[in-house]
Design a binder for this molecule. Structure first.
Ligand SMILES: Cc1ncc(COP(=O)(O)O)c(C=O)c1O
Length: 360
């Protein structure tokens, strides 16, 4: 072995990286990564994160009020999730699920199916993040409806956010993220979020393969739809032979008091897209859960079963983090905790609202 520094003198090893001083870190980041976004966001240098706390380079503690952007449902650097990753490391097994049998991803898929609404979404597709999971879902829907020539379009909602890859911004309902991306994906229509009338009028045309919607619009401003919206959407999608796809990337994984947000409405969608909190904020992960009928319609033939693959699909480390996060969420009743703390915060905020009605 030749020491890397004798080959590339300025090479930074992992030990160098983990002990870089603040000034060098900032200089390298601004030079090689996204300079403007970092400066515009007044980025801080957090040297540690644990539970609900970030500690910056000066040793000051900050309360994590955003779950590291809706990701750390189980807290920052959750010890249990790290221990699951450590066990995989110790096992030295072959990590790449895409081309072999793989116990951890298989076990995770089994768990996800068990936890799916009424246990009815039993097929799992994986990705390396939310937007890629949305892309996988779009491809699956198109493949599944390929023998229905009357189904030409996808339906989504205004103000929706589904990620920033090309397909995901096309599906999203914000012009801001579609700007400069033309041509976007064709044949996608958007209707007002929460409007049953708009949904029925659109679906009645009979042309939609799927209706894709967030149970709560996240990036759009935490918009909760009128009560019963999802239940009605389920009934309308059934009536007009349209798949119901829920983007639970932000609102799923126990954040609203049920494991899946749609469980508040007691419905079973055809597909749920997940990411973010599902792998505990440590390893990039995402994917979808769907019915066997939908999955088989798309991938149940030798002609189509290779139509959506990716190198890191069903990767063991991602699956282990997700499996650990699921176990932690269940064993610590994080659904119940979200419900209780949500109720408490809402109660207290309403009290503040009464005192300051002009402000809130
Ligand atoms: C509802 C929703 N869908 C999709 C995405 C995209 O996920 P990712 O950032 O992992 O690509 C996000 C991210 O904020 C989201 O909130």
């Amino acid at each position: 072995m030749t020491d890397v520094k004798s080959l590339v003198s300025d090479f930074l090893t992992i030990d160098d990286a983990l002990t870089l001083d603040g000034e060098t870190t900032k200089a390298l980041q601004l030079k090689h990564l996204n300079r403007l976004r970092t400066l515009d966001g007044h980025a801080k240098y957090f040297t540690r994160a644990q539970g609900c706390t970030f500690i910056d380079e000066n040793g000051d503690k900050h309360l994590d009020m955003i779950g590291a952007v809706g990701v750390v449902t189980v807290g920052n650097n959750n010890d249990f999730v790290w221990s699951c990753l450590q066990k995989c490391f110790d096992s030295k097994q072959f990590m790449m699920g895409a081309i072999s049998y793989h116990n951890v991803a298989a076990a995770l898929a089994h768990n996800l199916a068990l936890l799916s609404p009424q246990g009815k979404l039993t097929k799992v597709g994986t990705a390396t993040g939310g937007a890629e999971a949305i892309e996988g879902m779009i491809k699956m829907v198109k493949l599944a409806t390929r023998n229905k020539p009357e189904k030409t379009h996808l339906l989504a909602t205004l103000n929706a956010f589904h990620g920033k890859t090309s397909g995901a911004v096309s599906l999203g309902g914000k012009d801001k993220w579609r700007a400069f991306q033309q041509p976007t994906l064709a044949n996608i229509d958007h209707i007002e979020y929460g409007s049953v009338a708009a949904l029925e009028a659109a679906l009645a045309t009979g042309k939609y393969k799927a209706f894709v919607v967030e149970p709560i619009q996240g990036e759009g401003g935490i918009i909760v739809p009128p009560e019963g919206y999802l239940k009605t959407a389920r009934a309308l999608c059934d009536r007009y032979d349209t798949l119901l796809v829920l983007d639970e990337i932000q609102c799923g994984a126990a954040r609203t008091g049920k494991f899946w947000c749609c469980e508040h409405d007691d419905i079973v969608p055809d597909c749920i897209v997940f990411a973010k909190g599902l792998s505990g904020g440590l390893v990039p992960f995402g994917g979808y859960l769907c019915t066997e009928t939908l999955y088989d319609a798309a991938y149940g033939s030798l002609e189509t079963c290779y139509h959506h693959t990716a190198t890191y699909q069903e990767n063991t480390l991602s699956a282990a983090a997700a499996l650990g996060a699921l176990q932690f969420i269940l064993e610590h009743d994080l659904c119940g905790m979200a419900q209780r703390k949500g109720d408490l915060m809402m109660k207290r905020l309403r009290e503040v609202q009464q005192r300051y009605p002009d402000v809130i």
